[in-house]
Design a protein around this ligand. Structure first.
Ligand SMILES: Nc1nc2c(c(=O)[nH]1)N[C@H]1C(S)=C(S)[C@@H](COP(=O)(O)O)O[C@H]1N2
Ligand SMILES: [Mo]
Length: 346
């Protein structure tokens, strides 16, 4: 943007989160924009769409700048994709299941890259957003992330202008944001102003301090960027704490990962026995429905658990991870009065 950033009023300052998930919104294959969670670390900037510019530079042959009108003139691609927040970066192992499934539309990043010509030595793409402000007691002049060039060239990666056929609102990262389907939401930089092609990773706190998974493997500390989404699932029906009658119950939910989910197992006894659920095949990067028909043998408490496996054989862990299994404790009511269930019985 031409105007100086520090003069730009913020619409909202500081970290924020809106999550609006009820059973009705979670039952839909495509999440309504109004029902999709929103996250911002530094604030929501004030943006003038007419002055807005995306610049692409770094290890490219012909650095260039694109206005909103320039981007609208490119071929537009739609991608239905799950959108999952990795959770609070200060507590990276705490599961949040802040997730939805939406249709993004915009320009393929690969198309812009073929126009500017990416140099052979390049390995990463650094993205910067227009927001500025304080996160965890430190001031940041911008939000900055990175991703491998190989991922950036994937045809699903978009410079998005729309969500569910509507222009992106400023809260959603508009007028233009990066969308990296298959990667955690943190990588999909909102209010995108700069893409820098590089042979090294970003040194920003949002890639080196936050959004780094730290583990000890064979006694050695291991760090990995919070990029690809690990297998995850969410039980939508029945809901945790629900009271149901002792009759056939159609358990269902959603499952997703960067790689397609190939199977989901459901346990109705707290994890002692597992059975195969039916899983919808994946077309591209959208979430997949799983369902399991079950007749409770008797009244009582049941702990239902679902666990997903992706095409690489990765499975959801039982505890201590952002993608740990989803559980629903339910209460099956004795069908004492048959008339309640079969009113026409006599
Ligand atoms: N510029 C900018 N982009 C950002 C963020 C941010 O704070 N600033 N938050 C990230 C995080 S953690 C997530 S989960 C997604 C949230 O996108 P949404 O608000 O559209 O759901 O945006 C990502 N992109
Ligand atoms: Mo996030």
């Amino acid at each position: 943007m031409k105007s100086s950033k520090s003069n730009q009023p913020m619409k909202f300052s500081g970290f924020g989160l809106i999550q609006n998930q009820d059973k009705d919104s979670l039952s839909r294959k495509i999440t309504r924009e109004a029902d999709l969670f929103k996250v911002w670390h530094l604030g929501i900037p004030g943006i003038n769409n007419r002055e807005w510019m995306l610049s692409i530079n770094g290890m490219v042959d012909k650095p260039n700048q694109f206005s909103l009108e320039d981007l609208k003139a490119f071929p537009q691609t739609s991608v239905m994709a799950f959108h999952e927040c990795a959770g609070n970066p200060l507590y990276p192992k705490v599961p949040q299941r802040r997730v939805g499934n939406v249709v993004w539309k915009g320009v393929r990043l690969a198309d812009l890259f073929s126009m500017v010509g990416v140099k052979e030595e390049a390995c990463f793409v650094i993205s910067k957003g227009f927001d500025q402000g304080i996160y965890n007691q430190k001031y940041y002049a911008e939000y900055e992330k990175d991703l491998p060039l190989t991922k950036a060239l994937n045809p699903n990666v978009l410079i998005a202008l729309e969500i569910n056929d509507e222009p992106l609102t400023v809260d959603r990262g508009g007028p233009v944001r990066l969308v990296v389907p298959g990667y955690y939401g943190t990588n999909s930089t909102k209010w995108l102003t700069h893409l820098i092609v590089s042979d090294t990773r970003s040194k920003s706190d949002f890639t080196t301090k936050y959004y780094v998974d730290r583990e000890v493997v064979d006694g050695q500390p291991k760090e990995s960027p919070v990029w690809a989404v690990s297998p995850n699932s969410m039980i939508v029906h029945p809901q945790n704490g629900q009271l149901v009658k002792q009759e056939v119950l159609d358990i269902f939910g959603w499952t997703w990962a960067e790689n397609p989910i190939v199977s989901v197992e459901v346990s109705t006894d707290g994890g002692e026995n597992w059975q195969e659920a039916i899983v919808e095949a994946r077309k591209n990067v959208e979430w997949q429905k799983f369902s399991f028909r079950w007749l409770p043998k008797s009244a009582g408490e049941y702990l239902i658990i679902a666990r997903a496996f992706d095409s690489l054989g990765n499975c959801q862990p039982l505890t201590s991870r952002r993608n740990q299994v989803s559980r629903a404790m339910i209460f099956v009511q004795n069908s004492l009065d048959e008339k309640d269930i079969h009113p026409n019985i006599d």
